[in-house]
Design a protein around this ligand. Sequence first.
Ligand SMILES: O[C@H]1[C@H](O)[C@@H](O)[C@H](O)[C@@H](O)[C@H]1O
Length: 548
Amino acid sequence: MPSTSGYVSLPDQEGTVVPAANAGSVTLRDNGSYSYDYKQGLFTNKYTLLVSLLASIGGLSFGYDQGVIANVLVMPTFFRMKAWETGIMTAVLELGALVGCILAGLFADRMGSRSRSIAAACVAFLVGSVIQAAARSVTHLVIGRGIGGIGVGALSMLSPLYLAEISPPSLRGSLMALEQLAIVSGVVLGFWLGFFTRTIPSSLSWRIPLAVQIIPGVILGLGCIILPPSPRLLVLEGSLDEAQTILARLRGRSTDDPLVKLELLEMQVEATLIRRTTTAESKPNTLIQELKTWAGLFGRKYRRRTWVGVLMMAFQQWSGINALLYYGPTLVRSIGLDGARVTLLVSGGIGIAQLVAVIPAIMFIDKLGRRPLLRSGAIVMGFSHFLVSILISQYGADWHDHSLAAGLSVGLIYVFTLAYGASFGPVAWVLPSEVFPLSMRSRGAALATSSNWANNFFVGLITPTTLERSPAGTFLLFAVFCFVAYLWATYAVPETAGIGLEEMASVFERGEGELEREEAETRRQIEEDVGLWRLVNEESRRGRSAET
Ligand SMILES: O[C@H]1[C@H](O)[C@@H](O)[C@H](O)[C@@H](O)[C@H]1O
């Protein structure tokens, strides 16, 4: 078992690395733990990359909905709406999404296969999209966005969950960060399509961009037919042979590849552990049992993971990213710049900056780890906000005489966005779904994702007011959140890069309590029983003799 004491990141831990039979390696450490690496790059295994890209389309729908609305709302052909109606239009999607991800958490395990849940979410998304594109009144739109939001929210939880379950440990961060790539691609597509159609002199100007989202929804919905089932769920159901075939395919290896066998054995250990220890936990039948299971997320055993997930999403939102996206133009006007070009530069540009920044994150999230990204990101984000706040308080009264300071402020907003786009943006879609064990994963991920939507909603609610009262104060508020996020990432978040999903307990539980010791003991026993250690030892012997 790869063990990390406290918050030491795994990649630092030296061990004896022996080559595996086909390719890749097994690392054995002095403390008796092991890890393995398929040594595959993101592009080596085209099948897994393709499947991941397909699954991440769920994120595209999310970003698109957020990006498209900014332009649609100001189109002259669009419904004349009162301020509160505009507010409802934005909020209803977030509230729908909040409901959607909780529903997905309730039903994901019950529906048996992940692709079935994803397909159901696509149906809600498509129904909502059709209602929006065909809307004859504001009420239709609100209903459409509410129903679509349920699909968007469910997908925002299901796609990362599925990605976590099909990825090899050493590439999991990169593959899961594709979710953020999809989200921000959606933001950019939604924004710019609306920008180009806005001059069409009929309602097509807004119906077209609202209808276009049907395309990715249909692709993902139909794509569910070819999405391979999660090997982890198959193991839990007892379909070992199918799980082995699917896993081998996902890893681009044969079914008798030792690393494939090892990974499968880890899944078996987890499944056996679930069966032995928590029958009611994995399949609660009554409402009381269901509630107990959710409450279990805050019990001694899982609460550290739960807080990591929930706070990860909360800090992502309180970094202020959506305040920049939704209220970008107002914000920029408040720092003395005006005009249509500026609006574009900010709203359209922020999406593009996020898109650019996610690329290095995808490349390095597994090599550098999640924590370094979060910590460095938080510092840069915090200082950018802080400096903007100072500039506003110094020169805010008279920007026209201080155009340099105004330009600098816009530059700093971009610095913030780039730092966010390479850190809290993508990592928030990675950590929450990878930290939980299979028995709690869907509910834990649902809770964390609901924290994303709830906080998104609250930031949206308070920002117009705080901006009106004090733009400098608004930036300062977000700066404070970024600095607190730095402390949190430093002291409360363990490194999860490269660690198998079944091994997360070793990072989160310190093995102190009686219960933890007992469970570690049981786990070890099951590992022996299924032959996991025999395989590890055989591999290391074979690897060593091959080397000499
Ligand atoms: O990761 C995403 C992304 O950064 C989006 O641009 C933002 O609107 C979302 O709220 C966030 O969760």
